[in-house]
Design a binder for this molecule. Structure first.
Ligand SMILES: C[S@@+](CC[C@H](N)C(=O)[O-])C[C@H]1O[C@@H](n2cnc3c(N)ncnc32)[C@H](O)[C@@H]1O
Length: 369
């Protein structure tokens, strides 16, 4: 069978799928996404949302749609930011395929803004963070100038299809890239449906698709089980996450084909343009600063994740703040992680031993982190 079907079943089988049963991310889960890592991620994207709202001359209500919202961490931080700015007239719709995660979101998110129905309605701001990399992919290998699918047999072994796969061949022709002989690639044909469904629901405004990228596609399958990274998708079927990096060039091309204006920026640039240094300057806790730093680390999320902007009906000359930057007013407050118990313990012990007045350790550690 096609690996695409194996991956779809492993993640979304109505009874045994990984996401079907997933109850959360973060420390107790298998992997950590940016909104789980630090609330500043959603807070900064809130600035982007507010800027779109203003550029659109303040539509009321302001319709936001989040695809694949996980535990609801991004929704919580983003709406928290908008409330802080006095924007209450928001309809924030969560389109979530996993029944377990929908329940987690409903328990977490409190407020008249949130709803789980009407995801097909038009919105002004659409978000999909690490959703595209959770879509099933085809695996293929280049043989004699054509892409042959790698199928999966009953023993869960890879078997090369004897005939080329015309849709996979066409995918690379559209990219104007010829992979090398023998190269293995993971290709998401479902990106097209994702972009079409975003385009159908984007009335006028912005969609922001944020994800790990491999462009052009390569062999990028990754698995996560209890924070351990692997690359064998056939072990722990239904119990581990499987993802494949997203081909951002194709994402941009598909957006343009839908009549959207599209462009991309690395997550580090995106967050810096939205005022990341202002948050960084205010946080002092070691754990807080470390988690925040991860979002913009070029060797991790900051460099490997890219945000693709897709715009429709924005005013002439409009450039997204997340791509072009702008002067931000000094914020009244910035989001931080809840106090870390171990860190507080450590500082408490230090103070007990050496006295309150000696705050060298806390200062040094927060400055050097
Ligand atoms: C890797 S998780 C990311 C969760 C969250 N966005 C975050 O950043 O923490 C992928 C999410 O996408 C959801 N998902 C996958 N395919 C989907 C689809 N076609 N429509 C809506 N949600 C989907 C999963 O159930 C899960 O919530």
């Amino acid at each position: 069978m096609s690996f695409r079907d194996v991956m779809a079943a492993a993640l979304y089988h109505p009874r045994f799928g990984y996401y079907t049963n997933l109850m959360g991310f973060g420390a107790d889960g298998d992997f950590v996404t940016s909104p789980e890592r630090h609330p500043a991620f959603g807070w900064l994207l809130g600035r982007q949302a507010l800027e779109v709202w203003e550029a659109l001359e303040r539509p009321r209500p302001f319709g936001i749609l989040e695809l694949g919202a996980g535990s609801g961490a991004l929704a919580e931080a983003l709406v928290g930011f908008l409330r802080g700015e006095g924007l209450q007239d928001v309809v924030y719709t969560l389109d979530e395929v996993s029944p377990a995660l929908r329940e987690v979101q409903q328990r977490r998110l409190d407020g008249q803004e949130f709803r789980w129905e009407g995801a097909e309605e038009l919105a002004n701001f659409i978000l999909a963070n690490e959703v595209a990399d959770a879509l099933p992919v085809h695996r293929a290998v280049m043989r004699n100038g054509h892409l042959h699918e790698l199928l999966v047999d009953a023993e869960l072994q890879w078997v090369q299809a004897s005939e080329p796969h015309p849709r996979l061949d066409a995918y690379f022709q559209a990219l104007h890239v010829l992979p090398e002989e023998g190269q293995v690639m993971d290709i998401c044909l479902e990106l097209e449906d994702l972009v079409k469904s975003i385009s159908q629901r984007l009335e006028r405004g912005m969609a922001l698709v944020i994800d790990y990228t491999a462009s052009p596609p390569r062999d990028s399958l990754l698995t996560y089980y209890r924070h351990t990274l692997g690359s064998d998708p056939f072990v722990r079927l239904g119990e581990q996450d499987i993802s494949a990096h997203v081909d951002l060039r194709t994402l941009v091309r598909l957006g343009i084909a839908q009549g959207l204006k599209a462009g991309a920026v690395a997550q580090r640039g995106l967050l810096y343009n939205l005022g990341f240094p202002q948050v960084q300057a205010r946080l002092t806790g070691m754990t807080d600063r470390e988690a925040l730093g991860h979002l913009v680390d070029m060797n991790a999320a900051g460099g490997q994740i890219v945000g693709v902007f897709m715009l429709r009906g924005m005013p002439d000359g409009y450039k997204p703040a997340g791509a072009a930057g702008r002067e931000w007013p000094e914020p009244r407050s910035v989001p931080s992680l809840p106090p870390n118990a171990d860190e507080a313990d450590f500082l408490g012990q230090w103070h007990e031993a050496f006295g309150e007045e000696n705050s060298e350790v806390s200062n040094q550690t927060s400055e050097s982190s």
